[in-house]
Write a protein that binds this ligand. Structure first.
Ligand SMILES: Cc1cc2nc3c(=O)[nH]c(=O)nc-3n(C[C@H](O)[C@H](O)[C@H](O)COP(=O)(O)O)c2cc1C
Length: 207
């Protein structure tokens, strides 16, 4: 796959995660080695990745995810999202599928940054999120290029502290950035997604 193909076909994979095929730790380690080449603020390398393949821990993580999703949906206030559209209905079904099978996904990865972001300035937030999110995305791209897939999720962060306590993450000095379910994909024929037209969002010289 060319770089452009990897960049344009790394989709949010939920229904096509192969729940029956184990993922060796060395594959995850290799993808994280690639991910650690990402840019990060002042090259401080504040990143951490908690990789969970223990079934009981995955089940407990899935429970936190499910509880968080229920809260998220009941509190949902996103008027810009048209939940009645066919595309979003499909996404909703896909999200439900992941919720119901998360404990079966062979590996769950939590990227984290060694800093708390609560109440920090926009500049510091940009620095700190920018010190983990590029690496997290590189991880997804590395998975894709090896026949694996994932989906970026953030829902469990509603209960970030509960997840921290489960996994022994020092909550007072580390912020979790998401939860990535990882598995081999069922087939690898993913295509480009539906996106805004470039000219609608690109502003040359001036907004
Ligand atoms: C910041 C962020 C948070 C997300 N949170 C969730 C989530 O909690 N659960 C989930 O199933 N998908 C989540 N997604 C996945 C998005 O729904 C997905 O990236 C988007 O629909 C585009 O999918 P596509 O690349 O396959 O077109 C999240 C994605 C991002 C970037």
């Amino acid at each position: 796959m060319t770089a452009d193909e990897v960049l344009t076909t790394t989709r949010a994979v939920r229904k096509r995660l192969d729940l029956t095929r184990p993922v060796p730790r060395d594959v995850i380690r290799d993808c994280l080695r690639i991910a650690l080449q990402a840019p990060n603020g002042s090259n401080r390398q504040l990143w951490h990745f908690v990789v969970v393949d223990d079934p009981d821990t995955r089940a407990a993580m899935a429970e936190i995810y499910r509880d968080s999703l229920a809260v998220y949906r009941s509190d949902l206030d996103l008027p810009a999202v048209d939940w009645a559209s066919p595309a979003n209905q499909r996404m909703g079904a896909s999200v439900d599928h992941l919720r119901d099978h998360l404990h079966e996904v062979p590996v769950l990865v939590i990227p984290a940054v060694e800093a708390r972001l609560d109440g920090v300035s926009i500049g510091d937030q940009a620095h700190l999120w920018g010190s983990i999110l590029p690496a997290a995305w590189s991880f997804m791209l590395a998975l894709r290029s090896r026949g694996l897939g994932s989906v970026w999720t953030t829902v469990h962060l509603q209960q970030e502290q509960r997840m921290a306590e489960l996994l022994g993450i020092p909550y007072d000095r580390v912020t979790q950035a998401g939860l990535f379910p990882v598995a081999y994909t069922i087939g690898t024929d993913f295509t480009a997604g539906h996106r805004t037209l470039t000219d609608e969002v690109v502003h040359f010289d001036r907004w």
